[in-house]
Structures are given as structure tokens and as C-alpha cells.
Design a protein around this ligand. Structure first.
Ligand code: AMP
Length: 439
């Protein structure tokens, strides 16, 4: 493995890395950084937790130090939490430069963001929707001189999943200079390769981690075959076992819907497990606060939807539990990538019902690894089955008595209006409902 100095990185950055315990480049850094420093476009495809963020942050900071101005670099990423995480790496590594960054994400004060943008920060880290809103509505800042465009989790930004970023990306790309360096990173780039190559126009340097598997060797990948109605009892049993056996542990549990996320959180709290949730029906401030409490180990268990599946870097996470088997192998790869990061060990346990077996097969095919069965003493699970199911039902009833579903409906309608799919009357309805229900 080479040294940072042989990759062309300046002394001040090497010193800065050392202070953070980063002494030798990881493969994605070793391979991509020289190309970026030479001024080439770059596409980097490496496993989650392998140091992709520093692979672009370090060369950008080096170039910025040679010719500092704002706005120098734009980073786009699919989730708000990731935007904060990336900005933090810029801030910490770029401290000697007096780096000024600006985070532009939905759910936060738009006026404050506009003010920060107009102050010409060196680096803007944004989610596409909110940045496109600023571009459409404001003439107080310009992205026309940026040197770097970075798409983090680039494939997610381009695929048309539940949040479709393509229209917003069009708006953003429309105001960027053609002459720029474009850097694209993800753990799962290959599916959208062609589209990505169109964005990085200048014959991008392409690097893909050589390993045959798409998940890291340090990750112990397990499954438990369970009927749907016994799932929660397995979950409670697993958490109880981990609690009994480990002091310094934390767990992320992924589930498929916001509502399920909320119910599971309530249920695990009834069992006195220190649990907190993260999903898109929560206010953004609450999302950040919950994530911060989980990172600080105030709460040891985070229950999340796929909003937390990509990129989040929390070293203490030793266990990822998939409460539902992900429908896409790609989602599985990103979810389990929340543990076994930067060379540490970790375990992932996927709860599989009889209807999910084909999903497991396609996951195994993609990751080139067979999931192993996780041993469980079934007698122990059956002992708590009734208690768990009754508690879950109680939590469902409690949630039904709140306005959770109503809020969801309002959010859906708001989205339709923003996309121009709903009428003025719906806008009025929301106006009234907002007053009556949300405020
Ligand atoms: P990322 O894949 O960018 O989310 O990074 C995962 C973790 O690896 C982060 O906590 C980084 O601080 C850490 N990291 C990045 N580069 C290195 C390196 N060269 N050596 C050790 N740790 C690193």
C-alpha cells in the first residue's frame, strides 16, 4: 500500500489526516486520488465504509488551497443526514484552510440557507430537491464557476426510486459550467454506468474495487427463516441476546415503512430497550437529533427506513438487522454496509419469511456470498411470542389514535402539488389541514 505523499497529497493535508488517525490510503483513495489531482473526471465504485468520502474530500481541499474561491465545489447526495456527514469531513480536514461550507437540504430554514449561499462558501453540500428550489427562486448566488461537481451515492441520485431526483438534477446541471471536474462515487455504481458516463463527459477515470464480493469480508452475513407472525419475537429475542452478551454495542434495524418503523420503536421501548427511530415522516430537526443521540450511544438501537441505508458512518454499529428482506440486492448491500466499516467486524441478520426466499437468492447472486443461518434457540423465542405480539398490537392501537396516517396523507398531497399533479383545491385542503392537524 502506498503513502499519501506518493499520491501527490500536500504535507498540510497529510498532517491533518494523521490527526484523525488516517495514516495510509485505502484502495479507493490510492487509486482515485492521483487521477483527481491530475484534473480528470473520476468514477469510483468501492464497498461501503472503504473511505470514499476522503477520496474526494482530500483532492478537492488540495485544489481549493491552490486557488481558494467560492463557490468552488458542489457535492450532491441523496439524503440530508449524508449531506451533514460529508460537510463534517470537509470541515474537519479543511480546518487549516478556514474552509467555509454550506449545507442545503430540505426540512431546514430556507432563508438562512439562501443567506449562506450568497456569502460564497467554498463548498456546498446539498440534496438535489432543495438546491434546485434555491436555483429556481434566487439570483443571489451562482454555481457557474464551480471547479468540482461530486455525486455521492451517484447511482441513487440517478435511479427513479421513491424519490425521483432527475428533474432537480436537470435544473442543477443546467447552471453548472461545462468545464469542470465531475466525480461520481458509490458502492453500487455499475447498474447506472452508462447514464453516469454521460454526466462525467471527459473520459472519466473508472476504478472499481477488484474483490468479487460486493460486501466486506469482515461482515458475517446471516439469515433467520421465520413465519411473518413470529418475526417480532425473533427481533426481541435477538436484541435481548445482544444486550446480555455485549456492553459496548449498537444495532441498526431496517424496516420497510415509516409506520412499521414507528410501531417497532414503540414496541421495543415497551421492552425497555433504548430505542430511537429515523424515518422520513419525522421533522428534519428530530431526524438530526435522533441520529446524534444514536451516534453518541445515548440510544443503542436505531430503527430506520432506507433513508439511513446509504453512507452513514457510525463506527459503533456492530449489528444490522433487516426486519424485512430488501427487495433489491443493492438496498441489501447498502443496509449491511452500515456495519463492519473501515476494517472492523460486524454481523448482519436478515429476517426471511417463506415469501422472501427468491429475494435472498438474488441477493446472494449479487454479493457472491451465501448467507449463513443464524443459530437461535427456538424454545426461547416461543416463550415470548404471545407477549411480543400483544405488545405490538397495543402499539398499533396507540399509533392509530394519533394523527400519523393523516400526516402521511398530507405529506403525499403536498408532494403531488409540488410536482404539479394536484389541483388548487388540494392546496386549499392542505392549507386548512395544516392549521387543523399539524400546527
Ligand atoms: P466512508 O467510506 O467515506 O464513509 O469512510 C468510512 C470511515 O473510514 C470513516 O470513518 C473515515 O473517517 C474512515 N477512513 C477514511 N479513510 C481512511 C483511511 N485512509 N484510513 C483509516 N480510516 C479511514
Amino acid at each position: 500500500m502506498s503513502e499519501f505523499s506518493s499520491l501527490g497529497l500536500s504535507d498540510w493535508l497529510i498532517k491533518q489526516c494523521k490527526q484523525l488517525g488516517i495514516s495510509k490510503p485505502t484502495p479507493v483513495q490510492e487509486n482515485c486520488m492521483p487521477a483527481i489531482l491530475q484534473g480528470r473526471d473520476c468514477m469510483g465504485c468501492a464497498k461501503t465504509g472503504s473511505g470514499k468520502t476522503a477520496a474526494f474530500v482530500l483532492p478537492v481541499l488540495q485544489k481549493l488551497s491552490e486557488d481558494p474561491y467560492g463557490i468552488f465545489c458542489l457535492v450532491l447526495t441523496p439524503t440530508r443526514e449524508l449531506a451533514y456527514q460529508i460537510a463534517e469531513q470537509f470541515r474537519v480536514l479543511g480546518k487549516p484552510l478556514g474552509l467555509r461550507d454550506c449545507i442545503v437540504v430540505g426540512g431546514m430554514d430556507m432563508v438562512a440557507q439562501a443567506l449562506e449561499l450568497s456569502n460564497q462558501p467554498h463548498v456546498v453540500v446539498a440534496t438535489p430537491g432543495r438546491l434546485a428550489d434555491h436555483i429556481r427562486g434566487s439570483k443571489t448566488f451562482s454555481l457557474s464557476r464551480i471547479q468540482f461537481l461530486i455525486l455521492d451515492e451517484a447511482d441513487r441520485l440517478l435511479e427513479q426510486g421513491c424519490t425521483d431526483f432527475t428533474k432537480d438534477l436537470e435544473v442543477i446541471l443546467g447552471v453548472l459550467p461545462a468545464k469542470r471536474q465531475t466525480l461520481l462515487f458509490s458502492a453500487t455504481l455499475t447498474d447506472t454506468l452508462q447514464e453516469l458516463k454521460n454526466i462525467a463527459m471527459n473520459k472519466p477515470f473508472f476504478w472499481e474495487s477488484k474483490s468479487e464480493t460486493r460486501t466486506v469480508e469482515e461482515l458475517d452475513q446471516r439469515y433467520i427463516l421465520t413465519p411473518e407472525k413470529v418475526k417480532d419475537a425473533y427481533l426481541v429475542h435477538l436484541i435481548q441476546t445482544f444486550t446480555d452478551e455485549h456492553h459496548d454495542w449498537s444495532i441498526i434495524i431496517f424496516t420497510n415503512t415509516c409506520k412499521n418503523c414507528q410501531i417497532l420503536t414503540m414496541m421495543l421501548r415497551e421492552f425497555n430497550f433504548p430505542t430511537i427511530s429515523l424515518h422520513s415522516m419525522m421533522k428534519q430537526k428530530q431526524r438530526f437529533a435522533n441520529l446524534a443521540k444514536f451516534k453518541a450511544s445515548v440510544y443503542k438501537i436505531l430503527i430506520a427506513t432506507d433513508v439511513a441505508a446509504r453512507g452513514l458512518d457510525i463506527p459503533t454499529v456492530q449489528v444490522v438487522i433487516n426486519h424485512n428482506t430488501p427487495g433489491l440486492p443493492k438496498t441489501y448491500i447498502h443496509r449491511v454496509g452500515r456495519t463492519a466499516r473501515a476494517g472492523r467486524n460486524g454481523v448482519s441478520i436478515t429476517l426471511v419469511t417463506q415469501y422472501d426466499i427468491h429475494l435472498v437468492h438474488s441477493i446472494e447472486e449479487q454479493i457472491q456470498t451465501k448467507l449463513k443461518e443464524y443459530p437461535v434457540v427456538e424454545k426461547e423465542v416461543h416463550k415470548i411470542l404471545t407477549q411480543v405480539n400483544v405488545t405490538r398490537r397495543e402499539c398499533e392501537i396507540k399509533l392509530e389514535s394519533t394523527d400519523f396516517d393523516e400526516k402521511k396523507e398530507i405529506n403525499k398531497r403536498k408532494q403531488m402539488i409540488l410536482e404539479g399533479k394536484a389541483s388548487y383545491f388540494l392546496a386549499e385542503y392542505i392549507h386548512v389541514s395544516n392549521k387543523a392537524v399539524i400546527v
